[in-house]
Design a protein around this ligand. Sequence first.
Ligand code: PMP
Length: 307
Amino acid sequence: MAQNSFPYTYFEGKIVPSEDAKVSVQTHALQYGTGVFGGIRGYYNEAKQNLYVFRLPEHCKRLVNSTKIMQLQIKITPEEIQTIILDLLRKNEAKQNVYLRPFIYTSALQLSPRFHDVKADITVYALKLDDYLDTQNGLTTMVSSWQRFSDNQIPTLSKVSGGYVNSALAKSEAVQNGMDEAIFLDARGFVSEGSAENLFIVRDGVIHTPTIPSSILEGITRRSIIQIAKDLGYQVIERDIARSELYIADELFFSGTGVQVAWVKEVDRRVIGNGTIGPVTKKIQSIFFETVRGEDPKYMNWLTPVY
Ligand code: PMP
């Protein structure tokens, strides 16, 4: 059990003590990466004494879509997953920032990599988690020597465990080279995304971000950032982005559940803009943090209160 784990976990159809949520080494998904997962955050608002889960219905829908893409053998609706998650948070009496990991995996003790004809199960655990990457000081990045896999190799819109081998290789390469994070190019050589986050650049006041065919995961934070940016009056263009545009961007930032909104100060040792957080990123980041904590009435419908 992780040190920052909450005491209870949803496992094999019920809420159990986290130390009892264990699988066999013979579990199918453990061999083949044949599971799909979600990463969801909840933010505790002290003033309102409530925990708000960010875009819970959207995350649950994406998870069910992931099972559909992969043909995982489980019958579960997004609404049922929402109920499991809210029940679990209440059972844990969670009153701080949380990270939720729902995981639907081939749970049978069987050999042979496949999705059909293997029983799948859902588990959900919760961790106490604040920042995953530094959101304040600027990240150093490198374009990875590993290419982001294409949709017809491993479906990019499914958050499938096996696909994270790609992320792990890129992340380790970046960190071993003294950088904080990696940036993937797609099979055509265009910019895709970070190892576990989407990417935006700002050029002359206009925001640009890669499209779904650039092999990105369709981030729920990305969708939220696009909405926030448009509401602020910025033009947001989803298009192919060339590698060299990264170097001459005025601003560059990542978005994702883990990373939240984090700005990048360096790509391949080229300083982005003047090496400080840019005005567009700063504005979007501040609205994002107010939104997730339930401090911006405009986006309250993105939050599910736990209590
Ligand atoms: N891309 C990848 C590969 C990811 O793992 C994540 C994290 N889920 C994201 C992008 C960002 O997606 P979201 O905003 O939905 O967390």
